[in-house]
Write a protein that binds this ligand. Structure first.
Ligand code: ZN
Length: 361
C-alpha cells in the first residue's frame, strides 16, 4: 500500500470552493465534477484525497476590491492589512442567497454524490456510506461573516430554514454583530472590540436554533464575549497556534484552553501564513509546519478537541500538499510524527461528528 491511497475519511472544517467556482465562472469556469488543475477542490480530487465532507463556506467578498492587494503594509518584521469596511447588508444577502443556491445546484447535479447535511444523523449516515474514496460528500452550509444578516435576525431564521447550520459572526471586518480580527503579523488577536448588543442576540438565537458558532476571524475580545454567553462547545473551524506563529488569526494558549474546557474543537488550517514560523505567504512550505501546529494543539487541548480545517480554495497552502488530493501525504506525515490510528480517526472526522451532534439540536 502506498501513502497515496486515501485510508481515512476526512471531514474538514473549512473550504471556499463555492467562491472559487463562482469567481472562476466569471473568468472562464471549471466544474465541480470535472478534475481540474485550478483551485484546490473538486469532486474527483476530493475522492483521490479521501475528503468525504466539510463546512462549505459562503463568503461575501468586498465589492470594491481585494483588501490583501489594496491595503497591505510591509513592516520591519512582518505585515499588516487594513481592516475592510463593513458591507451593505442587502448586497451581502443577495450574494449569500446566490452562493447558497450554488451549493444546492451542486447537490442537484451530483446524483446523490454530494449532499447538504442538516442533522447529526444525516452526517453520520452519509459518512458511513462507502469508503474514503467512493462515498458521498457531506456538505454543511456555513456562512463566514454574518454580514448578510439584519440586526433583527429575520435573515437568520430564513437561512436556517434553507439549510444553514454554521455561522461565523464576523469575518475580518466589522459588522452589526461584532468586530473581525485584523490580519497582522506579528501581533496578538486582541485587535479590537468584541460583540455588539445585536451580536449577543445573534449568539442566543444560534444557540436556540442549533446553529454552530464559528469563532475563526473574531477578535480576542469577541471570542471571550461568545465564550461567556454561549451554551454550545467553542469551535474555531480554521486556525492555528499563536505560540508557534504569532499571527492575529491564530489562537493563543488561553483561547485553546477555553476550547478544551468547553468540549469544543479546533480545526487546523493548512494556510502557509498561519503555519510558517515567519508568517510569510510562501508556497515553499514543508508539511512539517502543519504537523507542528497539529501536534502542538493536540498536546494543548487533547486529541478529542483537534481536527482539520484546511481552508482549501481560500488561502495559499504548501506546494508539498498541492490540493485536496494531497491529503494522504499530510496524514502519512502526521502518522510518522506519532498520531496513531485512533488519533487519526478522531482528527480526520470523529471529533467534528461529535461536536456537531452536541451543537445541532
Ligand atoms: Zn477564513
Amino acid at each position: 500500500m502506498t501513502t497515496d491511497q486515501p485510508l481515512y475519511k476526512v471531514f474538514d472544517g473549512h473550504n471556499d470552493v463555492l467562491l472559487s467556482l463562482r469567481m472562476l465562472e466569471r473568468g472562464g469556469g471549471r466544474s465541480f465534477f470535472a478534475r481540474s488543475d485550478q483551485g484546490h477542490l473538486d469532486m474527483p480530487r476530493a475522492r483521490e484525497g479521501g475528503l468525504r465532507g466539510g463546512f462549505f463556506a459562503i463568503f461575501t467578498p468586498d465589492p470594491t476590491g481585494d483588501p490583501f492587494a489594496d491595503c497591505l503594509t510591509i513592516t520591519a518584521d512582518g505585515y499588516e492589512v487594513c481592516l475592510s469596511d463593513p458591507l451593505d447588508q442587502g448586497y451581502a444577502l443577495r450574494f449569500t442567497v446566490g452562493m447558497l443556491a450554488s451549493l444546492f445546484r451542486l447537490e442537484a447535479e451530483s446524483a446523490g454524490q454530494a449532499r447538504v447535511i442538516r442533522t447529526a444523523d444525516e452526517l453520520d449516515a452519509c459518512l458511513a456510506e462507502g469508503t474514503a474514496s467512493d462515498g458521498p460528500l457531506a456538505m454543511v452550509a456555513h456562512i463566514e461573516g454574518a454580514d448578510a444578516i439584519d440586526p433583527a435576525l429575520d435573515a437568520l431564521y430564513v437561512l436556517y430554514a434553507a439549510g444553514l447550520r454554521s455561522l461565523g459572526p464576523v469575518w475580518s471586518r466589522p459588522n452589526a454583530f461584532g468586530h473581525g480580527v485584523q490580519f497582522k503579523f506579528p501581533a496578538t488577536p486582541d485587535t479590537g472590540p468584541g460583540l455588539t448588543e445585536a451580536g449577543r442576540a445573534l449568539v442566543r438565537a444560534c444557540n436556540q436554533l442549533g446553529v454552530l458558532l464559528d469563532l475563526a476571524h473574531i477578535t480576542e475580545q469577541g471570542f471571550w464575549d461568545v465564550a461567556a454567553l454561549t451554551d454550545a462547545p467553542l469551535v474555531v473551524t480554521h486556525t492555528a497556534a499563536h505560540a508557534l506563529t504569532p499571527f492575529t488569526r491564530n489562537l493563543t494558549d488561553k483561547q485553546l484552553d477555553a476550547v478544551r474546557e468547553s468540549d469544543g474543537v479546533v480545526g487546523v488550517i493548512f494556510g502557509v501564513g498561519n503555519v510558517r514560523a515567519d508568517g510569510r505567504n510562501e508556497a515553499d512550505t514543508p508539511l512539517s509546519d502543519i504537523v507542528r501546529h497539529t501536534a502542538y494543539i493536540a498536546d494543548r487541548v487533547g486529541i478529542d478537541h483537534v481536527a482539520l480545517g484546511s481552508d482549501f480554495d481560500g488561502t495559499a497552502i504548501p506546494q508539498a500538499l498541492g490540493d485536496v488530493a494531497g491529503l494522504p501525504r499530510l496524514l502519512a506525515a502526521l502518522q510518522a510524527h506519532g498520531f496513531d490510528d485512533a488519533a487519526l480517526h478522531k482528527l480526520t472526522h470523529a471529533n467534528w461528528q461529535r461536536v456537531l451532534r452536541q451543537t445541532w439540536r
